[in-house]
Design a protein around this ligand. Structure first.
Ligand SMILES: Nc1nc2c(c(=O)[nH]1)N[C@H]1C(S)=C(S)[C@@H](COP(=O)(O)O)O[C@H]1N2
Ligand SMILES: [Mo]
Length: 498
């Protein structure tokens, strides 16, 4: 176990100089994410939320400690089983690093360091350890040999700790925080209309209309947040176009920027879930960039690639539709994008779930056909076309609240991006649907808040909500899971009135 710790730490340290994703531990974790079956991944996102990655790294550590302990026991006589195990771990790490699209061959130095250090430390400890037993068996003094073993063990722990920490420090000294700070405030040439004061019912328990950047939901497959400095970033627009274009960060930043208020939603959002947030996105019109490149007839999708290799496929028609307002965004709420939301640049396409429309850390857009390319989640059984489904949610009270019987206030949100919310209704148990009061609409691409009062007799009640959008569609009560194109069903919460 000590040798394994030393191996991982050595890999982490070397990765600090190259890219933290070269760390064998993280590379294996990232590989595991890519290989995990959808059902399990969806379960993890739903169950552990933002902690899904911690749970993954923790489980990996547990498995490795278990296997290492077993190998240690098997190595009582000969060092071969332990050495073979470390070599195997090293090879798995090297393979995981090799498979990563965002790393070059230099990155293999990190798993190589793990392999060499792991085997060397193991052989060293293995050489010292049996002396403790031999001395004990021969009835001799065990003091010195035991002390030697404990001392080298402690040395390994300290060295591993220092190396692991060193890797972290070195990699974080190379992160993109300073680059982001250097960008400064983003002032759009065309600002979004002011959000009216009555756009939310935050006082009644709904979320605030604009989600603060630090509270904006986050979903991605990146174990460590990609660190891209503006000077290293560029966007290549190519494929079925008349002329290929490469934009630098300043090319984008120096254009007249537009600001749009958009509510984003994740396809993994369950009925009642909170993978939905709203921001004032600042950037440029994707339709403008596409027009400059000249999209050729027959093009169907924008195959968009992130620096970490993740991909999405957006329908060309949606990206070119000026009424929809798809953007290459560089800012949120006046600031440059936070690192975890895609700094320096990402896509935002109102009305489509994030996995088909919102590549963060985007560096490449290939205009192509559906047949030519398959995006990350499309290969993993999610749908090709994924418009956001009309949904509504009860925020106040949250589930299992105890309330005073009589009139009880209920409040929440509803969204039907690109269509707009027409009406929200609330029902108690099997009673009649009653209309709720809607907040002022900001635009059809944003959520809308609602509130109403229901009359509750003493006892346990189910309160339901459902939305109708401007196309006339009313949410179905048919419960569907998130795979393959988004959950359906009415959200309901249990109230106990007394
Ligand atoms: N590079 C990259 N971009 C990505 C993803 C990802 O895993 N990697 N996830 C997508 C998904 S599933 C969603 S819902 C949105 C979420 O964006 P947010 O984390 O800024 O809320 O980003 C999209 N962009
Ligand atoms: Mo998502």
């Amino acid at each position: 176990m000590l040798a394994l710790a030393a191996a991982l730490a050595a890999g982490h340290l070397v990765a600090g100089f190259i890219s933290i994703n070269a760390s064998p531990y993280l590379a294996v974790g990232n590989g595991a994410i890519d290989l995990t079956p959808v059902e399990l991944k969806d379960f993890a996102v739903r169950t552990f939320g933002t902690y899904d990655k911690l749970v993954l790294l923790g489980s990996m550590a547990l498995v490795m400690v278990g296997v290492a302990a077993l190998a240690g026991v098997l190595s009582r006589r000969s060092p071969v089983p332990g050495a073979v195990l470390i070599a195997l771990f090293g090879l798995v790490g090297a393979f995981a690093v090799f498979e990563r699209p965002d790393l070059t061959a230099v990155a293999l130095l990190a798993p190589l360091a793990s392999l060499v250090v792991g085997i060397a430390v193991f052989l060293l400890l293995h050489r010292i350890a049996p002396r403790v037993r031999r001395d004990a068996d021969s009835g001799g003094k065990t003091g010195t040999s035991r002390r030697a073993f404990l001392l080298s063990g402690a040395g390994v722990v300290a060295g591993a700790g220092a190396a692991g920490l060193g890797g972290r420090l070195i990699s974080s000294s190379r992160d993109a925080t300073a680059s982001r700070e250097a960008v400064g405030k983003l002032v759009p040439a065309r600002t979004a209309p002011m959000i009216p004061a009555d756009a939310d019912f935050a006082k009644l328990g709904t979320p605030p209309f604009l989600t603060p950047n630090g509270k904006f939901y986050r979903v991605d497959t990146a174990l460590s947040v990609p660190q891209v400095r503006t000077e290293d970033w560029s966007l290549r627009l190519h494929g079925m176009v008349d002329r290929e274009i490469r934009y630098s960060y300043n090319d984008i930043r120096n254009r007249p920027l537009v600001e749009r208020t958009v509510t984003m939603t994740c396809v993994s959002n369950e009925v009642g879930g909170d993978y939905v947030s709203t921001s004032n996105f600042i950037g440029v019109d994707l339709a403008d960039l596409l027009a400059e490149a000249g999209v050729k007839p027959g093009a169907e999708q924008l195959f968009c690639t992130s620096v970490d290799g993740w991909t999405s496929g957006t329908p060309v028609a949606a990206a070119q539709d000026r009424g929809r307002g798809a953007m290459l965004a560089i800012g949120m709420n006046g600031e440059p994008l936070p690192l975890e939301h895609g700094f320096p640049a990402r896509l935002v396409t109102p009305g489509l779930y994030g996995y088909v429309s919102a590549t963060k850390w985007v560096t490449d857009i290939e205009v192509t056909t559906w047949d030519a390319r398959q995006a990350y989640w499309l290969k993993r059984s999610w749908a090709r076309e994924a418009p956001i489904k009309t949904e509504s949610r009860i925020d106040s009270h949250r589930g299992f609240a105890n309330v005073r019987k009589g009139k009880v206030r209920v409040a929440g949100v509803a969204w039907a991006q690109h269509t707009g919310i027409e009406k929200v209704e609330v029902r108690v148990d099997q009673g009649p649907w009653q209309p709720a009061t809607l907040s002022q609409e900001v635009n059809s691409n944003t959520w809308r808040m609602w509130w109403t009062e229901v009359d509750l007799s003493a006892g346990v009640h189910q309160v339901f909500c459902r939305a109708t959008d401007k196309s006339g569609y009313t949410q179905t009560d048919m419960r569907a899971g998130t795979v393959p194109d988004g959950a359906t069903g009415w959200h309901n919460v249990t109230f106990t009135a007394a």
